[in-house]
Design a protein around this ligand. Structure first.
Ligand SMILES: Cc1cc2nc3c(=O)[nH]c(=O)nc-3n(C[C@H](O)[C@H](O)[C@H](O)COP(=O)(O)O)c2cc1C
Ligand SMILES: Nc1ncnc2c1ncn2[C@@H]1O[C@H](COP(=O)(O)OP(=O)(O)OP(=O)(O)O)[C@@H](O)[C@H]1O
Ligand SMILES: [Mg+2]
Length: 553
């Protein structure tokens, strides 16, 4: 059964190695960022040396990524003339990688066509591809100066555009015949969803081909390349920035914060120290709460006293057929309730992609967080992740970071060449890592796919989620205060006074149950504010007068 297999999958112990870039460049071995500064002066500047640095390095994954990216660049240069292509450069790390790939790719393309001297001016290589930079008033000054300085260093002629992307591109295409634009977009970027290495611009945009040579590169590939090639990158990345937007929406990544507060100012480790590349954009949502950010909705930070809602989707035919009794749902409800969250719905669905997708799609728009459990694993009935992808309208794509976790768990006992379990919703997946978890939890916007298959595992995953303070996912919204009352009155006698209380105290939840038909009725009043709950209880006791047996706290 799915559930058993999943238990086995996730109970082995292993430690995912923090990304330690291999700095063996053939020039020297870097150990610390400090060493890196010493090396900058001897940094590689020639386009040929980029190619050599990669060939000489001992990182097979980087070599493969490089080879594929160069292949895409060469295909583009074969399909379009040099006048018909442009490069969209903004000084960010991804576009810096692409700049150097284009330098190497163009050189290799020329060599292939027996024209290795073209593009050389006074022994210096002039970057031959028209380069566009959309400069905005809200750009980080460090990014702006890096963009200009880099352009000057590598003979790049920058076309500065001070319009929005669409209008700027329209004007560019009118002025100069541009058929293809190179971009440093990578899978995982919100804008990458649905893109291939060659993707026509979207409907409504001016017509050109978007060429994405590093689409399949991971965060660590980017850093492995920049460090291996010893090329300069914008200094903000050494100050904890991991993905850079505008000054209004970008802060250093809290996951890189150091404990050193001696100087009274927060300090951050460099970007390449971030171990989980999926959290690269964690510094890109300063003004949004995590939940709202993932919904694309603007709202204030979560605060004590506000109501936060969760929904739960249990996936499993075995629950619906009555073969197993679901214990995780009630346990999760108790946990959420204990931190003041309101559970709006708990639904159990068949182990079918469409059933999961339908429920998740509905609940994700009415809840702050949706939890799923069941249906995670290697079996054909393990459809939850596929259902979540479908709910968000994205496809499943291989996820290297996750694959690495799984290969640590399974070794060679994977499921063949393509590990289906390592296919995650493309462009929207965040891996929630924690030392208590053998495998990180999968989070897609406001949906968390729990892999727990029993209450112990659920406890562990819950503790990890609570502990992930940097994500502030499960911030307490202020605990509920409750008071109970027992009465010997009948339901009919209680009905009217209770409905009056609901009207008088709209913020109070009321609930009634009897342990047995003949036993007393237990009424619960619950709310966030102690005084209101007490006032409601007093009002109710007065209304029931002699029928009240006991008030319990
Ligand atoms: C050269 C270029 C071409 C773009 N083409 C498209 C496009 O075809 N469709 C689209 O929706 N967005 C397009 N965009 C916009 C990007 O997808 C994205 O909105 C932009 O890079 C801002 O990303 P950010 O919000 O992460 O800063 C393009 C941007 C640039 C610079
Ligand atoms: N203002 C801009 N001018 C020119 N190109 C841009 C601009 N903004 C984005 N792009 C293009 O879109 C790509 C993706 O942008 P994105 O912000 O994801 O990456 P980046 O800026 O290179 O690196 P980072 O993720 O660290 O910010 C860039 O590599 C670049 O090709
Ligand atoms: Mg950027």
């Amino acid at each position: 059964m799915t559930r058993r297999i999943s238990i086995r999958c996730f109970t082995l112990r292993f430690q995912f190695p923090i990304f330690k870039p291999k700095f063996n460049t053939g020039i020297g071995i870097w150990k610390t960022p400090f060493d890196r500064f010493n090396l900058i002066s001897s940094s590689i500047s020639s386009h040929m040396e980029i190619d050599k640095a990669i060939r000489d390095c001992d990182d097979p994954r980087l070599k493969t990524r490089y080879k594929n990216a160069i292949y895409v660049i060469q295909r583009a240069l074969a399909l379009y003339s040099i006048e018909e292509v442009a490069f969209s450069f903004n000084g960010g790390k991804d576009s810096t990688v692409l700049l150097h790939l284009l330098r190497a790719g163009y050189y290799l393309h020329q060599v292939e066509h027996g024209r290795s001297n073209e593009g050389l001016r006074d022994g210096e290589f002039t970057f031959p591809i028209r380069t566009i930079y959309f400069e905005t008033p809200s750009v980080f000054p460090e990014i702006n100066s890096f963009t200009y300085e880099t352009a000057a260093s590598y003979g790049v002629q920058l076309d500065i555009i001070r319009e929005d992307f669409k209008s700027g591109l329209e004007a560019l295409l009118k002025a100069k015949s541009t058929k293809a634009i190179f971009l440093g977009v990578r899978i995982g970027d919100p804008t990458a969803v649905g893109q291939e290495q060659f993707s026509p611009s979207s409907p409504g945009w001016p017509p050109f081909m978007r060429v994405n040579p590093i689409l399949d590169w991971s965060y660590r590939d980017v850093w492995a390349f920049l460090l291996t090639c010893t090329v300069q990158y914008c200094g903000l990345y050494d100050q904890g920035y991991t993905s850079i937007g505008s000054i209004n929406d970008t802060v250093p990544n809290a996951l890189l914060r150091t404990n050193d507060s001696s100087v009274g100012k927060q300090k951050f480790r460099p970007a390449y120290m971030l171990s989980d590349g999926r959290l690269e954009r964690a510094g890109r949502a300063r003004k949004l709460s995590p939940v709202a950010a993932s919904n694309g909705v603007k709202c204030v930070e979560p605060h004590q006293g506000s109501i936060r809602t969760a929904s739960i989707v249990a996936v499993g035919d075995a629950i619906l057929f009555g073969i197993i009794e679901d214990q995780l749902g009630p346990s999760l409800c108790r946990k959420l309730h204990s931190i003041g969250w309101v559970i709006s719905r708990i639904a159990t669905v068949r182990s079918e992609v469409d059933s999961v997708a339908e429920e998740v799609e509905r609940l994700k728009s009415i809840s702050d967080l949706v939890f799923t459990y069941g249906g995670v694993g290697p079996l054909h009935s393990d459809v939850t992740v596929g259902g979540v992808a479908k709910a968000f309208g994205v496809r499943l794509a291989p996820d290297e970071e996750y694959e690495e976790y799984l290969s640590h768990l399974f070794g060679d006992k994977g499921t063949g060449d393509r590990n289906e379990m390592a296919q995650l919703p493309e462009g929207i997946t965040e891996l929630l890592e924690h030392e208590k978890l053998r495998v990180p939890l999968i989070k897609c916007h406001n949906v968390i796919a729990l892999s727990a298959t029993n209450v112990d595992e659920l406890d562990r995953q819950w503790d990890a989620l609570i502990d992930l303070r940097s994500t502030n996912l499960l911030a307490s919204s202020g605990p509920f205060v409750s008071k109970h009352l027992t009465t010997s009155l009948s339901d009919l006698e209680v009905a009217q006074p209770l409905s009056k209380i609901s009207i008088e105290f709209p913020d109070i939840y009321t609930g009634c149950y009897r342990k047995s038909r003949a036993g007393p009725l237990v009424i619960t009043l619950e709310g966030k504010d102690q005084e209101t709950v007490e006032a409601a209880m007093e009002a109710l006791s007065k209304k029931l007068s002699s029928g009240v047996k006991q008030i319990l706290v």
